[in-house]
Design a protein around this ligand. Structure first.
Ligand code: FAD
Ligand code: UDP
Length: 376
């Protein structure tokens, strides 16, 4: 029987960063298993039949304020500096998202737009970001009018398509990700570091995993595989409910279906991403060439259709953050605590948290420092 110090289930950011840390810093042997036929988890990219670099599980834009995360990943990739911009179709106009002062000027007549800007600046500082659910509570009747408009045209339709729920049925952090922004900055994110790996995400993961102490096994279920090998400790980055055979009932996730179309030339649309809050059954269309900088030749877009997650049919892309699901997750977390000497749980699916890529990397680096290095 093959012997390893660690069995890591899942070759996304969580599993791959920990494999790299353990292999390079502790000189221990890691077996990394993923049930998919590739590394990089949901950040996986590849060239489609037209030769365009696309993201298989939806467009991924890296952004972080963490110098530590940025410097860590920079050991494995060069970057293409990139600021993401998004427009949403509102009453037939294409307006910047996050909804900001430029958006206000686009959708309202000038005098009314100026009035709204002044009202906002009387109440809040320029540059403030205000979650829509907070703005809706404003007592001033004109501000309330503005909030109702933004809620109706930006958030309500998009959110009910994306989640099958209204914004107030989700944790407020969900719509709070894209707050109303009292600024004329049209960028989707304001983080200090925003970029795309120069040769793509998969190429970056290949570098992360390029270590003689790491053995990679693809197309295998990690739990099943654990029976065939000998190992000291497991790191599990898949869905936590699956690990415990859904003993408290399944945790709900949201899935997506991606439809891809390739065109003979760039561009198909005027920004990288166009959101459709109130039209069609899809939420957004992204054109990959903006992300990769490959502007010549063919251009591929991804159209995102939200779906209910059905195990065995599609993939669990999003945990659904609300009180009820958090309660159920806590039951699983208690089970995880009981086996903590044998298994470490982390990642978007095992923590049941709506993490971005940088948060997952930060979580993995912290886990290494506080739970693995200290035990050595
Ligand atoms: P995952 O990437 O999900 O990796 C888990 C891996 O475990 C998977 O490869 C899975 O196959 C494997 N696995 C699960 N169970 C088993 C098992 N039993 N046996 C073997 N293998 C198993 N973040 C950003 O920062 N910017 C973005 O623009 C962005 N866009 C996104 C768009 C979409 C549509 C989605 C879904 C996510 C996006 N994210 C984005 C979030 C990002 O994808 C995640 O934060 C990150 O990929 C999570 O990494 P992870 O390792 O925790 O999980
Ligand atoms: N959202 C919205 N309208 C938009 C953009 C975002 O209602 O035009 C809400 C929606 O609920 C979405 C959430 O904000 O799910 C987070 O948006 P983000 O772009 O961060 O979603 P992700 O890229 O993670 O799918």
């Amino acid at each position: 029987m093959d012997e390893y110090d660690w069995l890591i289930v899942g070759a996304g950011y969580s599993g791959s960063v920990l494999a790299e840390r353990i292999a390079s810093q502790l000189d221990q042997k890691v077996l990394l298993v993923d049930k998919r036929d590739h590394i990089a988890g949901n950040a996986y990219d590849y060239r489609d039949d037209a030769g365009v670099l696309i993201h298989k599980y939806g467009p991924h834009i890296f952004h972080t304020n963490s110098k530590k995360v940025w410097e860590y990943l920079s050991e494995f990739t060069d970057w293409r500096y990139y600021f993401h911009e998004v427009l949403a179709i509102i009453e037939g106009k294409k307006v910047p998202i996050p909804f900001n002062f430029n958006s206000i000027q686009e959708v309202f007549p000038e005098a009314l737009a100026n009035k709204f800007e002044n009202l906002l600046l009387d109440k809040f500082e320029f540059g403030k970001k205000i979650p829509i659910l907070k703005l809706l509570n404003e007592e001033d009747k004109d501000l309330k009018l503005l909030a109702d408009y933004i809620y109706k045209f930006v958030f309500k339709g998009y959110t009910s398509k994306q989640w099958g729920l209204n914004p107030d049925e989700l944790d407020k952090s969900v719509t709070g990700r894209i707050p109303v922004y009292l600024s004329r900055d049209n960028r989707y994110f304001q983080d200090a570091y925003q970029a795309i790996p120069l040769n793509g995400y998969t190429a970056m993961f290949e570098q992360i995993l390029d270590h003689p102490n790491i053995t990679l096994v693809l197309n295998e279920d990690g739990i099943e595989y654990s029976k065939k090998i000998s190992y000291h400790k497991m790191i599990y980055t898949g869905p936590i409910d699956e690990f415990f055979d859904n003993k408290f009932g399944p945790l709900p996730y949201r899935s997506l279906e991606f439809k891809y179309r390739t065109f003979e030339k760039f561009p198909f649309q005027e920004r990288a991403q166009i959101n459709y809050p109130n039209n069609f059954d899809f939420t957004r269309i992204t054109e990959f060439a903006y992300l990769t900088g490959e502007f010549h030749g063919k251009s591929t877009i991804a159209i995102e259709y939200p779906k209910v997650y059905i195990p065995g049919v599609n993939d669990p892309y999003y945990p659904i953050p609300n009180k009820e699901n958090e309660e159920k997750f806590k039951l699983y977390l208690n089970e995880a605590k009981k086996v903590k000497d044998k298994v470490i749980f982390l990642g978007r699916l095992a923590d049941y948290k709506y993490y971005n890529m940088d948060q997952v990397v930060a979580r993995a680096l912290m886990t290494f420092e506080t739970e693995i290095l200290t035990e050595k």
